[in-house]
Ligand binder design. Structure first.
Ligand code: APR
Length: 237
């Protein structure tokens, strides 16, 4: 851990890449943890698709209403707060996140590229009007134009938003240390950013409870809970 602490301390351009494992210690489930993930436990991955929006609307809305409730019920944890401190200290240059819970911004990070959109908002599938996702909590699923309100996240079958993608690409290329926190790195194109960072000279650190698809190209792999790892690194900064 000492050489890892030294690597982070001496980084000129630290970039952090987070996945759903970053928010499990807040109380939100991830997707692929063995027997606990939304996909592994509940087999609900088909609901995270444009097909479900078009052909299983009732089930789609019920599933996302529960997830919207979750981001309002749970809060960022100490690990999120540490990353916000690192941004303020100038240690952390950019967060690239696959998460849609908004917890990095809630903890105080401003430089956050949300590759998969946000559950904080919903928008009309017909006219594009944007609303806060609290509409779902109030049982409102229709736009004033009559169109369906759907979460402003990227569903399987949809393109990633261009601006965060370009921000992430630039950050990965510029990074000299690329720290992955809580992702199985199994979904593209998001999982290409750690690869791009390594290809352009960065040291790669992966903190993930379970092995990931990119452990083989990492300089450091730590299969431990994110919260305790970030506390340990932070104590040595
Ligand atoms: N500390 C460290 N690792 C953890 C913790 C924790 N407290 N909790 C969970 N993990 C690890 C799990 O072992 C798992 O390998 O985090 C990883 C989360 O992986 P996934 O559930 O696959 O989530 P993610 O990689 O973010 O998924 C990517 O898939 O379904 C899509 O759009 C969805 O953005 C998501 C994308």
């Amino acid at each position: 851990m000492d050489s890892l602490n030294q690597l982070i301390k001496s980084a000129n351009n630290l970039v952090v890449f987070t996945g759903a494992g970053m928010s499990t210690e807040s109380g939100l489930p991830d997707f692929r943890s063995a027997n606990r993930g939304l996909w592994t436990r509940d087999q609900k991955q088909y609901l995270s698709s444009t097909n479900a929006l078009n052909d299983h609307l009732q089930e789609f809305i019920e599933f996302y209403k529960k997830r919207v409730q979750g981001i309002h019920e749970f809060k960022p944890h100490k690990g999120h707060n540490i990353l916000a401190e690192w941004e303020k200290m100038g240690v952390l240059k950019q967060i690239i996140t696959q998460n849609v819970d908004g917890f990095h911004q809630e903890a105080g990070n401003e430089k956050v590229a949300e590759l998969h959109g946000t559950l904080k908002k919903v928008h009309c599938e017909t006219c594009g009007a944007s609303y806060l996702s609290e509409e779902y909590l109030h049982g409102n699923y229709a736009c004033s134009c009559g169109g369906v309100l759907r979460p402003s996240i990227v569903l399987f079958g949809e393109m990633l938003p261009e601006k965060p993608f370009l921000t992430a690409e630039e950050a990965a290329i510029k990074s000299d240390v690329f720290l992955v926190l809580g992702s199985s790195l199994s979904v593209s194109p998001a999982n290409q950013f750690p690869l791009l960072a390594v290809e352009t000279g960065a040291k790669l650190i992966i903190v993930n409870k379970e092995p990931t698809e990119m452990d083989g190209i990492a300089d450091y792999v730590i299969h431990e809970p994110i919260g305790s790892v970030l506390k340990e690194i932070n104590s040595k900064l």
